[in-house]
Ligand binder design. Structure first.
Ligand SMILES: [Zn+2]
Length: 305
């Protein structure tokens, strides 16, 4: 019994050893070949696909323009001679302090604060000290500005009230028609040059920096050189307007002012008045109707791109 038991145990152990060892070898072998390998090649193939896809798509988006990708579409509204920024909108803007000089504080729409602060910080990092000289203005402040400019012309330049009003309107927008009433515009210069009497600011490092980087923070040069016939405003190298990063890059790349772009998109009537979706406080339905408009305009735009 004993010897039999020992023998059976020994045979059983040997069998178990063979079975366990053999099985583990069998299991390991196919798993190494059948499992790991396809997994590896699978991920190696999949990974480059994942990384190359967005890298290829990105330049396409900025060049061609996909309104579905637009940020801050609420900011895409016109304020100009044909399009008023209504007093009730202007007065109800939630504003934030965006810049402080030794003598004054400057406020803009709260939703823009981060962009402004980031832009000023980035400029400083590059050794450029930007200086804000005007930002949000209430309609009544704009009225004061207009009135003072008219008075100055009557008192100091010998104009009649009518002449003075007409002349002032070329330089100072009437209340409600200034972008500064929207909380989205800022006059930005630098210590190198702070005169608005001429275009001298365009020769500064600050202007060069803004020309290159402002769109990255959602700002466009709103009254560029050679666009006065569309904007109704003289060339102003210091006036920047927030339209969101997507549209800022798009407009800058295409070299279009807002008036041209709105017309191209069919966002204004024949007389240049914006359709309702593109008025202050209205949410533009850019992702849908904007895409249709772009398709309609594709033929016109192709030769420009
Ligand atoms: Zn301005």
């Amino acid at each position: 019994m004993k010897t039999n038991g020992v023998r059976i145990f020994a045979i059983y152990s040997a069998l178990m050893f063979v079975v366990v060892f053999g099985l583990s070898a069998l299991v390991k072998a196919p798993s190494a070949v059948g499992n790991a390998e396809p997994e590896q090649t699978g991920t190696e193939e999949a990974e480059p696909e994942v990384t190359t896809a967005p890298a290829e798509e990105k330049p396409e988006l900025t060049e061609e323009g996909d309104p579905a990708e637009a940020d801050n579409v609420w900011a895409m509204f016109l304020v100009n001679g044909n399009n008023e920024c209504p007093e009730e909108y202007s007065n109800s803007i939630d504003t934030s302090l965006v810049y402080e000089s030794t003598v004054r504080q400057y406020y803009m729409d709260s939703r823009v604060e981060k962009y402004v602060r980031d832009m000023f910080a980035a400029a400083e990092k590059d050794g450029v000290e930007l200086v804000m000289v005007s930002a949000y203005r209430t309609n009544s402040y704009q009225q004061d500005l207009f009135d003072r400019s008219v008075e100055d012309r009557v008192n100091n330049r010998g104009m009649t009230w009518e002449e003075a009003k007409e002349d002032t309107a070329k330089e100072v927008q009437k209340p409600g028609f200034s972008e500064h009433n929207s909380g989205l515009a800022a006059d930005i210069m630098s210590n190198e040059y702070t005169s608005m009497d001429d275009d001298g600011f365009e020769d500064t490092e600050a202007f060069a920096w803004l020309s290159e980087h402002a769109p990255e923070y959602g700002f466009i040069l709103r009254y560029p050189k050679g666009k006065s016939e569309y904007t109704g405003i003289i060339y102003e190298p210091w006036h920047y307007r927030f339209v969101g990063v997507y549209y800022a890059k798009l407009l800058t790349e295409k070299g279009l002012c807002m008036e041209e772009y709105f017309r191209q998109q069919g966002w204004v009537d024949a007389d240049g008045t914006a359709i309702s979706h593109y008025l202050p406080g209205n949410e533009p339905d850019a992702p849908d109707s904007g895409a249709d408009d772009i398709q309609e305009d594709e033929s016109e735009r192709e030769d420009e791109v």
